[in-house]
Design a binder for this molecule. Structure first.
Ligand SMILES: Nc1nc2c(ncn2[C@@H]2O[C@H](COP(=O)(O)OP(=O)(O)O)[C@@H](O)[C@H]2O)c(=O)[nH]1
Ligand SMILES: [Mg+2]
Length: 273
């Protein structure tokens, strides 16, 4: 059973000197095992957490978010974890959501849990929201079922998914591909837990809690990469009509014990859309 003492929190970080320390302190408050991958940062990212009780692994040069997650997962498995929670190093995710992710993980064994940015969605730039929805549909073609917020970096992965060798794809494509590989190889499903959307750039606000650096995500580059990757697989896999029927029959699964999510109709599991 996943709980705070049997899992690890894995945090990939590329030039996150601004926010990483706060992120790591928050993670440590929820879970004693925290693994940070410094992906060849040149802004002193590692120095900001040098005195904290975490495992810090450094890539000599930038290898990408996918490679950083692979490194973190390998270290977590070496320690015999039951699962891993991933969080971005830029402060976009709240460590205080970790217990809710683990709750959902216990309720839905063998599932990947996604911290889905369904709360305060209006804070997400429109182009990112549209891109996210587009990505959700694209990935559904690969998994055969729909997932709310396939591009969220805050997730819980059970150990069997971490142990999947040979998940292709680099950077952000890796996070799309691991959902597809897990679905196809292990029959893994995803369940989403609503979290807040936090999107603002450094200097966009006077409140330091609202300051984030600009995203590393480059919509044109990353979406064309993700899309061509998925389209290639779907076409190679064949049976498109059958896949489409399966997607329609499998709306997103949301773990929402408090019923709060009913207030967010745009994010409802859409049977009719
Ligand atoms: N390791 C590594 N991490 C990256 C890279 N690009 C982004 N990240 C990390 O991945 C996380 C998500 O990146 P971010 O730019 O915030 O993407 P967004 O949240 O989708 O806008 C952050 O913790 C980054 O530090 C990369 O090339 N290498
Ligand atoms: Mg981010």
């Amino acid at each position: 059973m996943p709980d705070r003492s049997s899992i690890a929190v894995v945090i990939p970080a590329l030039n996150e000197a601004l926010r990483l320390r706060g992120v790591v302190e928050g993670a440590l408050a929820e879970c004693p095992t925290v693994i940070v991958i410094d992906d060849g940062s040149d802004d002193g990212t590692a120095d900001t957490i040098a005195d904290l009780p975490v495992t810090l692994i450094r890539h000599e040069r930038r290898m990408g978010k996918g490679a950083s997650l692979r490194t973190g997962f390998a270290e977590a498995l070496r320690r015999g974890v039951t699962g891993v929670v991933t969080m971005d190093g830029d402060g976009q995710h709240a460590a205080s959501d970790i217990p809710r992710l683990l709750d959902a993980a216990r309720y839905h064994p063998r599932h990947i849990v996604i911290g889905a940015r369904l709360r305060k969605r209006e804070q997400q730039p429109t182009y990112r929201r549209l891109a996210n929805e587009f990505g959700d549909w694209g990935i559904a073609w690969g998994t055969g079922y729909r997932i709310a917020d396939t591009q969220s970096g805050q997730r819980y992965y059970p150990a069997e998914v971490l142990a999947l060798g040979d998940v292709p794809g680099e950077d952000f494509v890796y996070e799309a591909q691991i959902l597809i590989s897990a679905a196809r190889t292990l029959g893994t499903r995803c369940v989403s837990v609503p979290i807040e959307s936090r999107y603002a750039c450094v200097h966009a606000s006077d409140d330091p809690e609202q300051q984030f650096r600009a995203s590393h995500f480059k919509p044109l580059r990353d979406f064309s990469r993700i899309t061509s990757h998925i389209v290639g697989q779907v076409v190679a896999h064949g049976g498109m009509l059958e896949v489409y029927r399966r997607i329609r029959a499998n709306p997103p699964l949301i773990h929402d014990p408090d019923g709060e999510f009913a207030a967010y109709p745009s994010a409802q599991p859409a049977k009719t859309r």
